[in-house]
Design a binder for this molecule. Structure first.
Ligand code: PGA
Length: 252
């Protein structure tokens, strides 16, 4: 069964107090008010707060994801964090290939493939992001770009490994800009991505893989986006930092 999923990508925003306050409040509201969301919910706080966040969520159906890992498991890489370390504190998921990592930290597809391999080695689920820039879309290159991003990374994995993935389509021009893709633009790309999975891995996997949309999702546009046939939820940045908005999004 294809899962409906909402992921809060908090990026480099909340400190310790804001992180724990949000998660505790969120839990209290969701469970006390018995909010019916029927979706898998994943929160991605910053590294220093993964452990405490995971502890707060123990015994609930909510999950935690890291926002990145290094491509090696150990060694002289000052300042880096590995899948090996995340695993030791019970983290089960990681976001890879986010366009901010690609742009500001120069993560190319070959590095992302190494990150995928090490994440899989440590049994992490991967939320893998793809998406085109404004210029690429205006040159009608969006399909080619997304296909290439998948071919050089995720499509190196076996059918068995693919079961550990969520795919997030995040057009770069829509991230943090307030300019969302229309439901039609997003659906067209999601359908295309699903067709690539069909071609590469067959019907079962293409039907089952969750493909999320990301890029200026808010409490107003979420419903229409999630209503689309091939959109299985969202990767939410800015709007996930606002408890009220996030609660509306998970109910959309
Ligand atoms: P946004 O970010 O919702 O603020 O556009 C989405 C993301 O970068 O994952």
């Amino acid at each position: 069964m294809r899962r409906k999923v909402i992921i809060a990508n908090w990026k480099m925003n909340y400190d310790f107090h804001e992180t724990t306050y949000f998660i505790r409040n969120f839990l209290r509201i969701v469970f006390e008010k018995k909010i019916n969301h029927k979706k898998e919910i994943i929160i991605a706080p910053s590294f220093p707060f993964l452990h405490i966040s995971n502890q707060i969520l123990q015994g609930t159906t909510l999950n935690i994801a890291a926002q990145n890992i290094h491509q090696k498991n150990k060694g002289s890489y000052t300042g880096e964090i590995s899948a090996y370390m995340l695993k030791s504190i019970g983290i089960q998921k990681v976001i890879l290939g986010h366009s901010e990592r690609r742009e500001f930290f120069l993560e190319k597809n070959n590095i992302l493939l190494e990150k995928i391999k090490i994440a899989l080695k440590y049994g992490l689920n991967i939320i893998f992001c793809v998406g085109e820039s404004d210029l690429e879309r205006s040159n009608n290159k969006q399909f080619k770009i997304v296909q290439n991003q998948l071919t050089e990374t995720v499509f190196h994995c076996t059918s068995d490994e693919i079961k550990s993935f969520y795919i997030a389509y995040e057009p770069i021009w829509a991230i943090g800009t307030g300019k969302t893709a229309t439901s039609e633009q997003a659906q067209t790309m999601h359908k295309f991505i699903r067709s690539l999975f069909l071609e590469k891995y067959g019907k079962n996997i293409s039907n089952e893989i969750s493909i999320l949309y990301g890029g200026s999702i808010n409490d107003i546009n979420a419903k229409n986006l999630f209503y689309q046939k091939d959109i299985d939820g969202g990767l939410v940045g800015n709007s996930s930092l606002n408890l009220e908005k996030f609660l509306k999004i998970i109910q959309s």
